[in-house]
Design a protein around this ligand. Structure first.
Ligand SMILES: Nc1ncnc2c1ncn2[C@@H]1O[C@H](COP(=O)(O)OP(=O)(O)OP(=O)(O)O)[C@@H](O)[C@H]1O
Ligand SMILES: [Mg+2]
Length: 494
């Protein structure tokens, strides 16, 4: 049997009111990819942060090559050859790609020229054909994630912890990442890989550990276990698959006519009441740009936007919200959620009228509304004063969705709605979207997760290089067909 390089024994961690980890044991072998799975809030990120030194354990032991690590901090971890790609993005957006890749190791060790040259070399491996001087702020969420990955790899770590590295990445980028992981394995490095995407786990991992409610629910060789069994272990119960009740679209609720910006060209879309429309596109294809125009973030466009046949061209965000538009952004940390605020505050953010009476906050009402809608999305806490930043990644996403359900939006624009959401919660969110679309409301989902679009959409528009390349009824089509169209106009624009 291969040697264990890292082992953790009986780790416990309690946050105020939450027992995040209880006597967790886990070991990592040299040269393996070990997947760590579990529902939202199971304790995966907390365990990884403890190993890396971002969070202090209450008790338990951590051994690196059989010697116990007594005091752990991120800088010591780097010295020990351990690097973490955290679930939350950590790039300094005003700094360049190269500066971010070399963050913490800069000028004293490497010249600026050398930094750029080395960054270029790494970017080539991910087919990123832009200047390493580009500020991180100008990158899409997926590209930023790629830079996070490059930064960790630049440490030449022997143990690489990847906490949901593929959230927001396109199929092509995932493929590139996997090629790199395979090379790392050949060099005898070890990877801890956290993801909610089952296909990825089965493609890349050698072993799988499932965490449930802060406890280890089992470790298995990937070859010996099925997806169904893992889902059952994660939930602690058998999950019945849900039937797909397709909706019957009604009259048009949203029309986008000949929309043009410097990134998109002549986009025409119609959305009907009761309909779930998918926008399938790779990173940088223009998905987000379309949403930003409809939601009023970007008002510098040509073309027309009609909501319920009313001309809403060039409206502001406030107008968009009052016309019944809601947006769930692809990067909830940056633009979706106020991390320092409570769950109640985040859910009731756009609905002052309902929760204020004579300019006084009716906190009872805010609490009741938040509680009702957080239960609807299956949030793992009923404490509405819980600080949103302390929720697990998937639960944060549920809060953003709960916000728009509570607001009673008529048209929801969802940009990568289930990134970081566990498989069961994903089913729940899909079900919620379907229920929401029964009758009066409608949804546009933009995603690079094509299986997700095929599962929930009635109709799918494929865009590439800022243009609609195909519109398809969701009947008898598959991922390959979508990918074919999505890459038809020369692939993604980076
Ligand atoms: N700083 C904190 N303060 C309070 N509670 C916390 C804190 N960090 C994490 N928690 C709680 O600990 C539990 C485990 O969270 P963790 O982030 O480890 O889950 P996870 O398995 O990574 O979930 P996800 O798949 O959603 O990312 C959750 O209930 C979370 O709300
Ligand atoms: Mg996590």
């Amino acid at each position: 049997m291969e040697q264990s390089i890292l082992s953790v024994k009986n780790i416990c961690k309690t946050f105020p009111g939450v027992r995040a980890l209880q006597n967790v044991c886990f070991d990592l072998r040299q040269g393996e990819v070990h997947a760590l799975l579990g529902e939202n809030g199971a304790g995966k990120s907390t365990l990884m942060k403890i190993i890396f030194g971002l969070v202090k354990k209450d008790s338990g032991e951590i051994f690196l090559r059989n010697s116990e690590l007594k005091s752990i901090s991120p800088s010591k971890s780097y010295e020990n050859g351990i690097a973490l790609i955290p679930q939350e993005r950590t790039l300094l957006t005003h700094k360049s790609i190269a500066e971010n890749i070399f963050l913490g190791m800069e000028p004293a060790f490497v010249s600026k020229k050398e930094m750029c040259a080395q960054s270029m070399e790494m970017m080539k491996r991910f087919s990123m054909q832009i200047s390493p001087d580009t500020p991180a702020a100008q990158l899409s969420a997926g590209m930023q994630q790629t830079v996070e990955i490059m930064r960790a790899m630049n440490r030449n770590a022997q143990i690489l912890i990847m906490d949901e590295p593929t959230g927001g990445l396109s199929a092509q980028e995932v493929k590139k990442l996997f090629e790199i992981i395979r090379t790392l394995k050949e060099q005898k490095a070890s990877v801890i890989y956290i993801s909610h995407r089952m296909e990825e786990i089965f493609e890349i991992s050698d072993r799988i550990t499932v965490l449930r409610d802060g406890k280890n629910a089992g470790t298995f060789d990937t070859a010996d276990i099925t997806k169904e069994k893992i889902i059952e272990l994660m939930a602690g119960k058998k999950i019945s698959s849900q039937n797909q009740n397709k909706n019957c679209p009604g009259e048009e609720i949203l029309q986008v006519k000949e929309l043009c910006t410097n990134k998109i060209h002549n986009i025409n879309l119609t959305l009907r009441k009761g309909e779930i429309l998918g926008i399938a596109g790779l990173l940088g294809s223009g998905r987000t740009e379309i949403f930003e125009c409809i939601y009023g973030i970007n008002r510098d466009y040509r073309g027309k936007i009609l909501i319920n046949s009313k001309d809403c061209t060039h409206h502001s965000i406030t107008d968009a919200i009052s016309c019944g538009i809601g947006l769930v952004t692809e990067d909830r940390k940056r633009t979706g959620l106020s991390l320092k605020s409570s769950v109640a505050k985040n859910i009731t953010l756009p609905m002052e009228k309902k929760i204020f009476r004579y300019a006084v906050l009716n906190s009872k009402k805010a609490h009741a509304i938040s509680l009702e809608h957080s239960a609807k999305v299956g949030l793992n806490t009923s404490d509405m004063s819980f600080i949103s930043g302390n929720l697990s990644g998937g639960n944060q996403q549920k809060v953003v969705i709960a916000r728009w359900l509570a607001k009673g939006s008529k048209v929801l624009l969802l940009d990568e709605p289930t990134v970081g959401v566990d498989v069961n919660a994903k089913q729940e969110i899909h079900q919620l979207i379907r229920q929401y679309c029964n009758g009066e409301n409608a949804v546009i989902v933009a995603s690079s997760d094509f299986p997700e679009l095929l599962e929930i959409c009635d109709r799918i528009v494929v865009i590439a290089r800022g243009q609609v390349v195909k519109e398809l009824e969701n009947k008898g089509i598959d991922e390959k067909i979508l990918l074919g169209y999505a890459t038809s106009a020369g692939g993604e624009k980076i």
